[in-house]
Design a protein around this ligand. Structure first.
Ligand SMILES: [Zn+2]
Length: 385
């Protein structure tokens, strides 16, 4: 039995949380005391490409490498995330999907943290801009048979598919994938309003990192950003790392969509935690700029992913969009959990004990929640309680 005393993230009331066999067994009010951390359901990140020099798009991916990335997010309060694979050859996908599925099957530590896989590509736009840092040579039109083969290799673990609806066959693939329970997202696209509408009619329910994976310059209207922003059937994921979207865009998108249709993602890559410089990766030559911005080498205008984690994204959305803590936690925890079918991800008796304890941003680090401890399935995996 583990007991935690902390201040609830939603009511700010101090509570004693009793944890037994991985679940919240008791939750009782206690007298106030100074210095208590806040507590909230663990953060859920739908887009993690790797960390600390390891990327999931690795032809030599191993179960041990998957395990390292799985554990790497504990210090950031993340209790669940989707291992994300970006556009690559069928051979690399086949290998990586099989290894990730094996890691989940073999390792309790991995299974506790990685509920599934986000396949971002390969059925995306070939155009510079929308394609982002995905290698053009591996971009291909939608192919249901290939997706079905990949899903088999992944042992059914692909929970989220990002696809561009700019192809004729896209709506058909979206319909089939959505029918099998996969969450389908529109992303890395130059689709028209009609194509976006057809994709949503076919079952697409999310926009992947809206406002990124786009041309540097587009017609003011209509365009694929407004079209997705205006469709209430689409939840938008936003990378609020401070580099991918300016604060005014984050604020406008949160207001336009309403917070219940926003989820935060880090899009963190193997460059997370790495010093500035050029690196050879599965996405080609990448460069970490002194500002922390991650770009294809020599193309400082085009982003190639992120290096900051969810505790930063939560703090930023509070500052940029002027939302309160419970709203920001909803975008980074409960809402993404619901989207991928994690049930009962709440701070309540009976819920799985996936929690994190934290302080609000401090004066010397205004851009991040200060994580004090993370509890995954009832075990302390980071810090002290
Ligand atoms: Zn992307």
């Amino acid at each position: 039995m583990l007991a935690i005393v902390a201040r609830r993230f939603d009511t700010l009331r101090p509570v004693r949380i009793e944890i037994d066999r991985g679940f919240i067994a008791g939750l009782t009010p206690v007298p106030d005391q100074e210095g208590l951390p806040l507590v909230a359901p663990g953060l859920v990140d739908l887009q993690i490409n790797g960390y600390g020099g390891v990327e999931f798009n690795d032809p030599q991916l191993t179960v041990e490498k998957v395990r390292r990335v799985a554990l790497s997010q504990d210090p950031f309060g993340v209790t669940s995330f989707l291992a994300t694979l970006t556009t690559d050859s069928h051979a690399v996908f086949a290998q990586a999907l099989a290894v990730i599925a094996r890691a989940i099957g073999q390792s309790g530590e991995v299974a506790a943290r990685i509920p599934g896989i986000h396949l971002e590509g390969p059925f995306i736009s070939p155009d510079d801009g929308p394609r982002g840092a995905h290698p053009r040579e591996h971009v291909r039109p939608p192919d249901w048979d290939e997706f079905a083969r990949l899903q088999d290799l992944a042992q059914g673990r692909i929970k989220l598919l990002t696809i561009s609806p700019e192809y004729d066959g896209a709506a058909d693939l979206i319909r089939k994938a959505a029918k099998t329970g996969v969450l389908v997202a529109i992303g890395h696209t130059k689709a028209t309003a009609d194509q976006i509408n057809a994709a949503v009619d076919a079952g697409a329910r999310m926009s992947t990192h809206l406002g990124n994976g786009a041309h540097p310059q587009i017609r003011r209207h209509p365009n694929y950003i407004w079209d997705q922003l205006a469709d209430d059937r689409l939840v938008a994921s936003l990378i609020t790392d401070g580099h991918h979207l300016p604060p005014a865009v984050v604020k406008s998108m949160v207001r336009a969509k309403a917070p219940e249709r926003i989820v935060l993602v880090s899009d963190i890559t193997s460059m997370g935690g790495m010093p500035p410089g050029k690196y050879h990766t599965g996405l080609g030559e990448l460069e970490v700029l002194p500002s922390g911005k991650l770009v294809p080498a020599g193309q400082p205008e085009i982003l190639a992913g992120a290096s900051l984690a969810m505790n930063v994204c939560v703090a930023n959305v509070m500052r940029f969009a002027g939302v309160d803590l419970p709203t920001a936690i909803g975008m980074a925890s409960m809402r993404p959990a619901e989207l991928i079918g994690i049930r009962g991800h709440v701070l309540d008796v009976g819920a799985a004990a996936n929690l994190f304890m934290f302080d609000l941003p401090a004066a010397d680090s205004p851009d991040r929640l200060v994580v004090r401890a993370t509890v995954n399935q009832g075990s302390i995996v980071f810090g002290r309680v």
